[in-house]
Design a protein around this ligand. Structure first.
Ligand code: ZN
Length: 466
């Protein structure tokens, strides 16, 4: 039994025609097998491409081939199909044409290939076509992967560099969509391009944390009452950025100050913006950084973020590193044991300060000193004015102090060596306490008043109570 079909003049390739032949064969064989009730042991095709298509899932093939393959394998399953070389294919004798005298003696035409007369187990079963990888007419599969923004930005540590790199990428994409004559081949980026990229980056950042708000604002202009930024009365600007509504519309401020952009503190891009602002403003502290950022952005949770940025900045850590401190000695007992006020007193001078002398229209100014008496236990202070650094004036000040506060048991004054590097005026004060005349006179006065006058040990100002 044989059946032929005329091939269309246009449109079909040889592999497609071979497939149509295989489909025709499957139709005939299913009819014959049903009519004679015989099992189908094998069908042979010359084209390895057709055999590949028959063993390929139809969904992977283009529509024309897919439909015919699906129809063919629905009648004769793919595992029944085998390959026959052209030299052993009797159908080739008819399709290629032959002379009658040759046909009479053509054993292939009359008897078929020689192996067909042997048991089916001896028939060749070439399967090399099953390993064919370059199958024609496959559907092209395009896989688009869109990684989340966090993945794209997490490898960047600088806001300026991420802006520039993304701007170059945006320009490349725009150029790909334009005809060649309209493409932008400028060597430098423009400010408009960078600002456009900045807006896109912030829109993507906001979509991570405020996707629902973006949708609500674009559809109805309002956010739901459950939104965490509902109290800010947010709105979408012309670039699609979520900004704070607020009540400062009529204030004499810039647009960014009146309606700052809303950002979330845990986003990496927000951290980059904060870090860039921290560096651009000469490593300002967290409070100042907060103020600078608020001119343009409203960052939810900004306080913790600015603190973290300052704390994590290497340069700031080096600059504000805590230096080693000396362990101070034990305090003397008169400073830590409760007593009546000024029972143990420390005395010292402050000044000089200028004061008016007299009440005339043009008074002269003179230098005076302040004698400071400090209670060791309570830190209460008593001031006396001393006109000159003389023994008499100091004794007079001490008399006035005793008259007002009572007689102290001990009176401690500084030692001149406590402030070796002191300036001239300070040295004058300490030389006053160091002089022999002052010491003998004051000591004489103190002894008469039952006051024990002591000097603080060298380099131990904490002994004086100040
Ligand atoms: Zn810093």
């Amino acid at each position: 039994m044989a059946k032929t079909k005329v091939a269309p003049i246009n449109g079909s390739t040889t592999p497609r025609l071979e497939l149509c032949g295989a489909q025709l064969l499957s139709k005939i064989m299913s009819i014959v097998a049903n009519a004679l009730s015989i099992p189908i042991s094998g069908l042979y095709a010359v084209s390895t491409i057709t055999l590949c298509w028959l063993s390929t899932p139809p969904a992977r093939l283009k529509a024309y081939v897919c439909n015919r393959v699906a129809d063919t394998v629905s009648r004769i399953p793919a595992h029944h199909w085998r390959h026959v070389p052209t030299s052993q294919n009797p159908a080739d004798v008819a399709s290629r044409g032959t002379l009658p005298r040759s046909l009479i003696t053509n054993s292939l035409w009359w008897n078929g290939p020689s192996w067909l007369q042997q048991p089916p187990s001896e028939w060749p079963a070439s399967t090399h076509w099953r390993n064919c990888k370059n199958i024609q007419e496959l559907k092209p599969f395009v896989l688009l992967a869109s990684p989340p923004l966090e993945d794209l930005t997490k490898d960047f540590s600088s806001y300026s560099s991420i802006k520039r790199i993304f701007t170059w990428c945006c320009r490349f994409i725009l150029n790909c969509r334009q005809p060649r004559e309209n493409r932008n081949f400028a060597k430098d980026l423009t400010l408009e391009e960078i600002q456009c990229t900045e807006n896109k980056l912030i829109v993507l950042t906001q979509s991570r944390f405020y996707k629902r708000e973006q949708k609500d604002l674009s559809s109805s202009g309002e956010v739901s009452k459950q939104s965490s930024i509902q109290r800010l009365r947010p709105f979408l600007d012309n670039h699609g950025l979520i900004r704070v509504g607020g009540r400062l519309e009529k204030a004499a401020l810039t647009s960014d100050q009146k309606h700052p952009i809303i950002l979330h503190h845990s986003d990496h891009l927000t951290k980059l913006i904060c870090r860039q602002s921290h560096i651009d403003n000469l490593h300002v502290g967290p409070t100042t950084l907060l103020g600078i950022l608020s001119l343009q952005y409203y960052i939810v949770g900004a306080k913790q973020l600015t603190k973290r940025i300052s704390r994590d900045c290497v340069r700031c850590r080096k600059a504000y590193a805590r230096t080693a401190t000396q362990v101070m000695g034990q305090l003397p007992h008169k400073r830590v044991v409760p007593t009546s006020t000024f029972h143990h007193t420390g005395a010292d001078f402050a000044g000089p300060i200028q004061v008016k002398r007299g009440y005339t229209r043009k008074p002269s100014y003179i230098d005076v000193y302040i004698c400071v008496f400090v209670c060791m236990a309570t830190k209460a202070v008593h001031f006396e004015i001393v006109m000159n650094l003389t023994t008499a004036d100091f004794i007079a000040a001490l008399r006035r102090f005793v008259a007002r506060r009572g007689i102290p048991e001990t009176l401690a004054t500084d030692n001149g060596t406590n402030f070796v590097g002191a300036q001239r005026e300070l040295q004058k004060i300490y030389q006053f306490f160091d002089s022999t005349e002052v010491q003998s006179t004051v000591n004489h006065f103190c002894t008469a008043q039952n006051i024990k006058w002591t000097h603080s040990p060298a380099r131990s100002p904490h002994f004086g109570g100040l």
